[in-house]
Design a protein around this ligand. Structure first.
Ligand SMILES: C[S@@+](CC[C@H](N)C(=O)[O-])C[C@H]1O[C@@H](n2cnc3c(N)ncnc32)[C@H](O)[C@@H]1O
Length: 138
């Protein structure tokens, strides 16, 4: 039922540009890294660049699971992209907060800014200086 509602909600916007992997998140990341083409019978086939603009982490909220999701997906986020850690402040535990803080601490050179809003932590990555240099010289 939930899958059908999800499909009905997204179908009007899909047009081959939106798709989903129905897999545990870490397996989905491995599949996404393996193939840039995501296909299913409802949304058809979508070709991805492999550079994620907005990554929203909102699966299992244990520290171990949020950390595993960040480890699996965050390196695919493009320079200037966003990482959103849902339920950073959460009444039932601090898994998302612990994992997000650890990521922020370890990724400081790559992070432009981070702020908390609506229960989630928003992290914006810096622009890629190499790409910026290339863009300036082209
Ligand atoms: C907090 S809910 C959020 C769902 C969705 N983002 C939303 O707002 O409707 C977390 C969902 O992730 C699923 N989930 C938990 N661990 C997961 C994992 N490792 N891989 C994929 N889904 C997972 C749960 O079954 C649950 O449906």
């Amino acid at each position: 039922m939930a899958l059908t509602v999800f499909q009905l909600n997204l179908l009007p916007y899909a047009h081959g540009a939106v798709n989903y992997l129905r897999l545990p998140s870490v397996e989905a990341a491995a599949e996404y890294r393996r193939s840039r083409v995501v296909a299913n019978p409802v949304f058809g086939k979508t070709h991805y660049t492999g550079r994620i603009a907005v990554l929203h982490i909102d699966g299992n909220h244990s520290y171990e699971n949020v950390s595993a999701d960040i480890a699996a997906w965050a390196s695919l986020v493009q320079p200037s992209g966003w990482i959103v850690i849902d339920d950073y402040l959460w009444p039932y535990g601090d898994g998302p907060k612990q994992a997000a803080n650890e990521f922020l601490f370890n990724s400081q050179p790559k992070v432009e800014c981070a702020f908390f809003m609506g229960g989630a932590l928003f992290i914006k990555l810096k622009q890629d200086p190499v790409h910026d240099d290339l863009r300036l010289t082209v």
